[in-house]
Structures are given as C-alpha cells and as structure tokens.
Design a protein around this ligand. Sequence first.
Ligand code: DLL
Length: 432
Amino acid sequence: MIFDKKHETMSVEEMRALQLERLRHIVRYAYDHVPFYKKKYDEAGFDPDSIRTLDDIRRIPFTVKSDLRDNYPYGLISTEKKNLMRIHASSGTSGKPTVVCYTKKDMKIWTECCARLAAAAGVRKSDIVQISFGYGLFTGALGMHQGCERLGAAIIPASAGNTERQVMLLKDLQATVLVCTPSYALYIGEMIEKLGYDIKDFKLRLGLFGSEASTEEMHREIARKLNIFTNDNYGLSEIIGPGVSGECSEKCGMHINEDHFYPEVLDPETFEPVPDGTYGELVLTTLTKEGMPVIRYRTKDITTLDHTPCKCGRTTVRMAKLRGRTDDMLIIRGVNVFPSQIEGVLMNMPEVGGQYEIVVTREGYMDKIEVKVEVADGSLLVDYDNLIKLREKIRHNLKTVLQLDAQVKLVEPLTLQRFEGKSKRVTDLRKL
Ligand code: DLL
C-alpha cells in the first residue's frame, strides 16, 4: 500500500520543482530565524536568496554534529519555545545529548513519514505491532509508534529489555509485526529457541528493523529464525528520527521521503557529488522542518543513491543499505575495513551463530584484528579437528573479502554480549 500516493509517486519533474521551492524557502527561513545560520552564511558570503536551481545547494555551507552540540540545548530552534510540541535527544556516548525539537507541524510530518515507511514495509490496519525499541528520548520508539498507529494498527509499546517478557508478549498478544534494532531481533529469536517455543505458534509475519547497520545476510538470519519478512529503514534524530527512508516489498534500496529530506551523496574528501552506484557520505537537508531546520547535514553515513524506477510504483529515489559510517571504518595495517564486511562473511556461514565481536589491538607498529565468533552449535567445539577446520575456513573467507589476515576465536553459543538496542561490536584498543 502506498500511504501518500501524491508525494510518493509524483513525476521526477514535479518532485524537483517541489524540492526547489521548499529549499529556497527553508534556507531563507533558517537564515531569518536561527542566528547560527545567519552568522555562518554571512561569514561564508552565501546569499540565502541566491538559490536558482537545486545544484545551488552545493554552495551552502555544511552543518555538522558539533554544531548541534555547541548550540545545546535550544540554539538551533527557529521558533519560540511555546510552539514546540516534542523534544527528543540522541543518546551520544559522552557529554551532553544532541537535542532535537518538533512543532505540531513537524510532528504531523514525522508521523506521516513513519506511516509511509511502515505501509511500504507492509504494515496494515489489522496488524498488532510490538515496539521493542526503548521508549524515551530516543526517537525510534515514539516515531515508529506514531507511524504505525497512523495506519490504524494496534500498538504494544513493549519498550526494550526483559527479553523473556518480550517473547511472552509477542506470543500471548499475537503480535504480527516486530519493530526494534536488527541485533535485538536476533536476540529475541534466540530467546524464543532457548525457551523452547516453536516459532510456528507465533503470529509474527513482519519485522521493521532500523537504527543500526545490518547486512542482507543478517536479515536472512533473522527472517529464518523468526519466520518473517524483514524490512530495513533508516533515519537519524538530527533530521527527524526514523522516517527518512525505508524499504518497500521489493527490497531494492530504501525509498527516501525526498519531498521532506533532500539527499546528496558526496565524496567525503572532495565533497563532490558521486554518481549513482558509487558510495559516499550522505548529506541531508530538511525541506519542511519548522521547529529546527537542518541544512546540509553531514550524516557520516555511507550509502549510494539509485534513481532507477522501482517496481513498487514509488518514484522516490532510493538509498542503498548503509555500508557503515565514515567514523566506524577501521584502518588495519593500511587496509580499510567496515565491520559490515565482516558481518557479511560470518552470516553467510551456517556453522556460525548470529553474534560476533571485533577487537583491534596494536603490538609495536603492527595492527591486529581478532574476530570472536559464536558457533551455531556448541558440539562443533568438542572435536578439535573440526574446530581447527572451521576456524581456518572463517579466516580464509575473511581474507578473501577483507584482504587481511584476522585471528579467529570460536566461542560457545550464547556467550557473547547481547544487545537490546544498538549493538556495539567493535572494540578498538589501539591508541590512535
Ligand atoms: O536511530 C533513528 C531511527 C530509529 C532510525 C529507528 C530507524 C529506526 P539516532 O539514534 O540519531 O537515530 O541514530 C542515527 O543510526 O546516522 C546511522 O548511522 C544509524 N542508522 C539508523 N538507521 C539505520 C539503518 C535513529 N537502517 C544513526 N541502517 C544514523 C544502518 C542506521 N544504520
């Protein structure tokens, strides 16, 4: 089902015209209402009225995460506080959180964007949706809650944590849709097995997963464990939260709600746009945000765009599954490694369970990478010959993909850390 036929299927020419009109307005609006933008644009000699074509966006200075932090908490809002309806914040590992604000109009748009992605994934009025993201300042739970509710579905606001209870709720309340991080979905799948349930006794049919990177292989593993159709969707607090983009049933990229969020993919070194099919850093501009417009935000997320038509009928541009973030790329002995590449290798091997950890160290001048891998079946560790064979096989497969020799450590099933929210799989102990 297409939630907003008008905007999701409009012709490319109409979309570009709408984006240009909105871009011109939002840039002027930000300049007039947020001293931060006025100062930045004046200093850069950028005239907010000089935008004639969409390509002119390239002359606008970027906004980066530290701009949000430096203007904590309300420095970037463009309206009086009395007009705000919701305030969220992204967790951040240290210091003050990044605060994001919504007016009533922003809330409506956010809800509709999440409804669009949920509809594209296959959520219907008749569904019972269990939201297992942590409720609170995090945008994931309430954003998806609002979107699914807008479609008329029934919501179970389970929040994250207490995984045995999650399983009980899923089963007893006959949830048909699960919303959480992909790593939590995998953990829930393991818990169902551990508790001795048969997945056939559940009514689950669909999973909406986002908020962290996940490979196709990981989705296949979740789909198998939970016997569901899986969906990937993307967003970030600074821009709106979930609702920036999501896969349709064709699963060939995530449709961007480009009438609200203008995407550019740039070479992270030259800042030149890269052609479709080439990966680069995603830069997003909110075209309609009223409470806190964010112009040319460098997301650090690495993806590529696809403007070819999609079989689903939507005409909106699609972004590929994220390859990672510019700041989670590891450079090991000069070789660029994304954790997602390691995940892709591991999840393709049936002998391996869903969990892994990557530890990077440096001895002298030599980087070392160790990959701890849970085996799918503990009996694989009993026979020494089998163990060595499996370890060598993983090492070989990693080397083929990464061009790098990694140490592999096999561990018992269910021994590595599990995650209820975003996972943390890499520990870099080098003092770089
Ligand atoms: O994670 C918003 C969200 C919630 C999206 C629920 C989807 C579902 P933040 O906490 O601000 O917001 O984190 C944003 O998470 O820049 C990406 O690096 C990463 N991320 C989000 N979705 C995906 C995804 C929410 N589908 C940061 N695949 C972003 C890969 C993702 N990474």
